[in-house]
Ligand binder design. Structure first.
Ligand code: ADP
Ligand code: ZN
Length: 721
């Protein structure tokens, strides 16, 4: 009789024991199909001693495993990572494992899949729905369900079209090979600084040992070219590389650069993949055939067969922090994966996080510096514009000096970028007669006016409504006024000032897919855009040699809110966006509009003295016992029923254990007191670095009971504190 402990993909249950039927071979890591009630679930066999089960079942009551998947077992280093992530972030191991198995990719072993695409045949009966479907899926391909979603019709409409011959089935070979990158395809000639850094990284890859390294190079110093040398070495050794990018919008320019360097594209992993593409990528990653994978944070948990290198590009970016489901920080998990897999980890950034700098200071991470831009490019000049001394004209947002600079740049036929981290037209709309303000019904947030789509939108839950003409409160007509600027409003101002200039608004509303990002890059490169008005989406990654002027519309924006990270975040964002200026032969100029040019962060940006700024910030953190010198965890209690959320939050607060070196603040309404219709309260746990705060919280919450309509989630190392 052989039994196996299986971690099944059900977050509510712990690992369960099953019987391994005769003839089936199950080892730790095997991906299996297990029965649970009437259902069949995917799971992974685990070492029983590492995964205690609280439901010990006698041999005679065990159920049989149903099948072993046709896929390589999940290797021990990744099993350790799943355990560590679940433990550290107080998540269910099954929730972490789900990211590894990536939906049903592992289960469906079949070598071919069937997808559907339009044939061009017009069906005899062309209903409006069928017409809409055929129009929207013109050159798309996918499963019936996916085509139905794209076309916004029911599955039945697509099936009807298949029957009538307007859509046909095509076989897709899931196991068709990916092309192998050529490490010598186009090797750049590195500068001396670049060569020195690349040599160290290449040696690290050859060593096959855990080694985290901060690649700290100013914007335009050629960090990508440098870490590409390490990637080339991993390819030569036949080992796999993960490159993590903070946003899928950056995938497209990355694919192009990778292609220039290695002759083929890497495997891309992101939420936009079709299900067959996902299965094909997953299998190639698990077999070791996919040598380089680029992706957003979820690529980190895939079952690489033979990992040789992990790169986290723009490692300071806050989007590496996952804010729902398992609340993990991909930068930190990447380092842990490197530890378990025994491979080097490169964190590349021009503005490293204080946490990362501190790891360097204590010697836990190595550091490589690229102090200057590559080639003839110089760092841009940076000038503050004091908005009190030089205010914009009434009803405008751009100061005269910035307007003049834009005009001069247009005359020189060079490109400009105006940065404002606010989507839409205006952040607040109110009625001038009665003062009514438009608020989201589901969130503690104002509705943001979007003129392009003529809608009011909540940026937290996605709630939208048409912009009304009449005030719903006082019925006044044309009494609504927009307060404050968003990027659309700045674009309007630019058009009013320079009617013939070609402007483009770049936000997640306009660049919502890799294809849209590619289109934007193409237009920039073709000189089809004179002035870009954009949010944080344009602050990083892009390289446009003819972009020479950057204007920061409101540098003070990120300083509001007052959390301890505000100054650091502002510094990173403005330094990154400044880094877009003058990356080629032509010099760059940056103007920073601010009400407080004397503030330390503004001074640091103007003088470029990053070290002094970081030292001061680090000291402030040390004094406050804030990360990385102390630790925080946020406990969020939410419910649709406000009274219930409040009661449970107070119960959690009352039950807080007395622990030396730990202090609990709250409960208080969370920073977003209502989100997606749920009322939220927050308790903030502040602890000494040495304290195992997860253990304390696990014990503390484990003893409590609360009604099922309340949800309690823990965010370890929360972004704001
Ligand atoms: P960073 O990521 O540090 O901001 P990039 O890697 O984007 O910098 O490099 C900036 C520009 O300089 C890119 O167009 C890149 O191709 C170019 N570049 C950097 N190093 C070299 C090199 N050694 N040879 C040729 N071009 C280079
Ligand atoms: Zn909302």
């Amino acid at each position: 009789m052989s039994r196996a402990r299986i971690l099944i993909l059900n977050a509510a249950l712990g690992p369960l024991d099953y019987r391994v039927p005769a003839g089936m071979t199950v080892e730790p890591g095997s991906i299996v199909v297990a029965p649970l009630g009437p259902r069949q679930l995917l799971g992974v066999a685990w070492e029983a001693e590492r995964m205690p089960s609280d439901a010990e079942v006698g041999d005679n009551r065990l159920r049989n495993l149903l099948a072993v998947a046709d896929a390589p077992p999940i290797r021990a280093p990744l099993r350790r990572l799943v355990e560590w992530t679940a433990d550290y972030y107080l998540a269910a191991p099954a929730s972490v494992l789900r990211m590894t198995l990536a939906s049903t990719s592992a289960l469906e072993g079949a070598r071919t899949a069937i997808e559907y695409r339009a044939t061009g045949v017009v069906p005899p009966r062309l209903t409006p729905q069928r017409e809409q479907a055929l129009e929207r899926i013109a050159d798309r391909q996918g499963l019936i369900r996916e085509l139905a979603t794209i076309a916004d019709v029911s599955d039945a409409v697509i099936r009807g079209l298949v029957k009538s011959g307007a859509i046909e089935a095509v076989e897709v070979d899931i196991d068709s090979a990916y092309p192998v990158p050529d490490p010598d395809h186009h090797q750049p000639i590195l500068s001396d600084d670049q060569r020195a850094a690349a040599d160290v990284l290449v040696a690290g890859v050859r060593d096959h040992a855990f080694k985290p390294t901060l690649l700290d190079g100013v914007t335009g110093s050629g960090k990508t070219e440098v870490y590409f040398e390490a990637v080339a070495q991993a390819i030569r050794d036949g080992r796999q590389t993960i490159v993590l990018l903070p946003e899928i919008a950056l995938t497209e320019p990355f694919l192009k650069r990778f292609h220039d360097r290695f002759g083929v594209e890497p495997v891309a992993w992101h939420s936009g993949l079709r299900s067959t593409q996902r299965r094909r990528a997953w299998r190639a990653i698990a077999s070791g055939e996919a040598l380089v994978t680029v992706g957003a944070r979820s690529a980190l948990f895939l079952p690489y067969a033979n990992l040789g290198l992990i790169v986290v590009d723009e490692a300071h970016e806050t989007s590496f922090k996952q804010e729902d489901g398992v609340h993990y920080h991909a930068r930190d998990v990447a380092v842990m994966r490197g530890l378990f897999e025994e491979c080097p980890v490169i964190l590349a950034s021009a503005t490293p996080a204080i946490e990362t700098r501190q790891q360097v200071a204590t010697g836990r991470y190595a550091e490589l510096k690229l102090p200057g831009r590559f080639g003839v490019a110089e760092m841009p000049t940076i000038e503050p514009i004091d908005l009190i001394q030089e205010p914009p004209e009434r009803g405008r947002w751009l100061a005269p000096r910035l307007v003049k600079a834009l005009e001069a740049n247009l005359e020189k036929r060079e490109q400009s970028l105006l940065f404002l981290n606010r989507r839409g037209y205006a952040p607040l709309t109110l009625c001038r007669t009665c003062g009514h303000r438009f608020q989201c019904p589901n969130c503690t947030a104002w509705m943001v006016e979007h003129r392009l789509t003529r809608r009011l939108a909540c940026h937290h839950c996605g709630h939208i409504e048409p912009t009304p003409r009449v005030c719903p409160e006082c019925q006044g007509e044309d009494t609504l006024v927009a307060c404050g600027p968003g990027v659309e409003r700045i674009a309007d101002e630019v058009t009013a000032l320079f009617p013939t200039a070609k402007t483009a608004v770049v936000t997640s509303d306009t660049i919502w897919s890799p294809a849209k990002a590619a289109e934007f890059v193409g237009r920039m490169e073709a000189g089809d855009i004179d002035i870009v008005v954009g949010t944080q989406l344009v602050t990083k990654g892009y390289h446009f040699p003819n972009l020479t002027l950057v204007g920061v519309v409101d540098a003070d924006l990120g300083l509001d809110g007052g959390d301890l990270r505000a100054a650091e975040r502002t510094f990173q964002q403005i330094r990154q966006v400044s880094g877009r200026a003058g990356r080629g032969a032509k010099p760059g100029h940056v103007f920073i509009q601010t009400h407080s040019p004397k503030a330390q962060v503004m001074q640091a940006l103007i003088t470029g003295d990053a070290d002094a700024f970081y030292e001061a910030e680090t000291e402030a953190r040390r004094d406050a016992g804030a990360p990385p010198f102390g630790r925080y965890a946020a406990i969020i209690v939410s419910s649709e029923d406000q009274g219930c959320a409040n009661d449970v939050a107070r119960l959690v607060g009352r039950s807080a254990p007395e622990v030396d070196g730990m202090h609990v603040y709250g409960p208080a309404p969370a920073p977003l007191a209502m989100l997606r219709g749920r009322h939220r309260y927050r308790l903030l746990v502040h602890a000494k670095r040495a304290l195992d705060v997860q253990d304390v919280i696990r014990d503390w919450l484990g003893k409590l009971d609360w009604p099922s309509k309340a949800r309690v989630t823990v965010d370890v190392d929360p972004y704001s504190f």
